[in-house]
Write a protein that binds this ligand. Sequence first.
Ligand code: CA
Length: 242
Amino acid sequence: MSKDKSAGGLRILVVEDEESFIDALTVGLTREGFQVVIARDGQEAIEAFHAQPFDVVLLDLMLPRVSGLDVCRTIRLSSTVPIIIVSAKGEEVDMVLMLEIGADDYVTKPYRLRELVARIRAVLRRHETTASTPPSEAVVEQGPLRLDIDARRCFVDGREVKLRKKEFALLLLLLENPGRVLTRDVLIDRVWGSDYVGDTKTLDVHIKRLRTLIEVDPKNPQYITTIRGVGYRLEVKSSSGE
Ligand code: CA
């Protein structure tokens, strides 16, 4: 069974309790080529997930019976399937917690179907890359950014940029997780570990300096974006110019 570049037969579990969303999602996602299975509450979601395999899960947070967070936790006990959390506008959402319990991305209602489909495809791509990439690569590349790990050299559009040790480690971590929000805690823990001294500004200072080195316009960063109150994300630009 080969996967073409459309969603061709990919199975999506849509966990949603609002009928208007269910209808729109079923029609829209089916048109995009997904096989859509609907679960209308958290308990149904867990049962559906265990009954058959899925390629991706779209998970509403506020659900009858079992909450979206608990559904996410339960799925993560046995699966690495990509999970996109959906929250309503104005809902109190702890994004750090969501990422910590294993959500891959999140969207806020109301959203455009087009945007949602782009997010779904992005987590699927990332999931495939993570699954197929051997753990230690000598070179990590995303768009114009390239890191030569052994030589500890960084190139932007072929031009070498001199990075300090922590800046290199920080950029490497971001490049290894393209399109994924990395929380401040994760970045600090993975780059500094117990070396991290001083206030939480240290991370921001390093990000700021990285931006002055790699961004075309450091004040309007296109590679490293800030997810306010949560962390940072390396943006993945599609080369097709969509
Ligand atoms: Ca809901």
